[in-house]
Design a protein around this ligand. Structure first.
Ligand SMILES: C[S@@+](CC[C@H](N)C(=O)[O-])C[C@H]1O[C@@H](n2cnc3c(N)ncnc32)[C@H](O)[C@@H]1O
Length: 261
């Protein structure tokens, strides 16, 4: 039920350390639910899961019978004995949220060394691919090519930190990629942090999904020209962001969901 998954996003998921802004969580939810409803099948994958905040959202929104692949170096936060604790904490978060991780669907290593076949062998062609791993130009170029090579005809790629001034090479990498692939792939949605891309044949379909989504009604929808495509930019006004942050800091996570209705 929609109210349950929104409660999961605004409440339970906040206990997982990580990065996904409410607008992006609601775009992920919109796109995955649209695909579920239209029976658009395929694997879901993420490069850069960290402790799983966006990964567990994808797992919850995708449905338990559909595979979600996690790719990460898992080398962060060494314990006293020198063992990286990131992997252990990622698995523990799955248990805590009631979404246990299938360890056969984890690739532990450098995404730039992977082949598309290694991903397709695990989850099939992908319907949703989140790229949030290495943030330098060579990572973005490699991860974008990898994701594209696994993408189902109706697949979506979500690029993180596209317009974050802390990561200028992501901006360059995504722009290079979109210009090289202009005949094939087009951006259809942008938020403060992420850019969402699909094949040209599905641009109108996903634009309509974003435009008509009840989850996204709280945001201003601004048609924005981006490298020859029209993308809907979801603007989250400062006032609403401040109210949300104040509620979260005051421990009112459960109620914070109402800010985004
Ligand atoms: C910003 S965090 C991802 C945040 C996460 N998506 C979330 O929802 O919180 C980046 C992650 O990318 C991983 N990473 C960095 N370079 C990578 C590479 N070359 N291959 C695979 N993972 C990588 C890091 O280990 C880290 O966990």
């Amino acid at each position: 039920m929609n109210s349950d998954i929104r409660k999961f996003i605004f409440n339970d998921l906040q206990s997982v350390e990580g990065y996904i802004d409410p607008p992006d969580a609601l775009v992920f939810l919109t796109l995955l639910q649209t695909q579920n409803l239209q029976d658009l099948k395929g694997g879901v994958a993420e490069i850069g899961v960290f402790y799983g905040r966006s990964y567990f959202l994808m797992k919850a929104a995708t449905g338990i019978r559909q595979p979600v692949l996690a790719i990460d170096l898992f080398n962060l936060n060494d314990d006293d004995d020198g063992t990286p604790s990131q992997y252990r904490r990622f698995l523990a978060n799955g248990e805590k949220l009631g979404l246990p991780v299938d360890e056969n669907l984890i690739i532990h290593g450098d995404s730039t060394a992977l082949t598309p076949q290694e991903i397709v062998d695990k989850v099939g062609q992908t319907r949703f691919f989140s790229i949030d791993g290495g943030h330098m130009l060579h990572h973005v170029a490699s991860d974008a090519a990898l994701a594209t090579a696994t993408l189902a005809p109706h697949g979506v790629i979500a690029f993180d930190d596209t317009f974050n001034p802390a990561w200028p090479e992501v901006t360059v990498g995504v722009a290079d990629f979109l210009r090289q692939k202009a005949d094939e792939l087009r951006p259809f949605c942008m938020t403060k942090y992420k850019t969402y891309v699909c094949r040209s044949e599905f641009h109108a379909f996903y634009t309509a999904a974003i435009r008509e989504s009840g989850h996204l009604a709280a945001f201003e929808h601004v048609e924005t020209e981006f490298l020859g495509s029209t993308a809907i930019r979801l603007n989250n006004p400062m006032g609403r962001r401040m109210v949300y942050e104040l509620m979260v800091h005051a421990g009112m996570r459960g109620l914070s969901e109402r800010v985004y209705r």
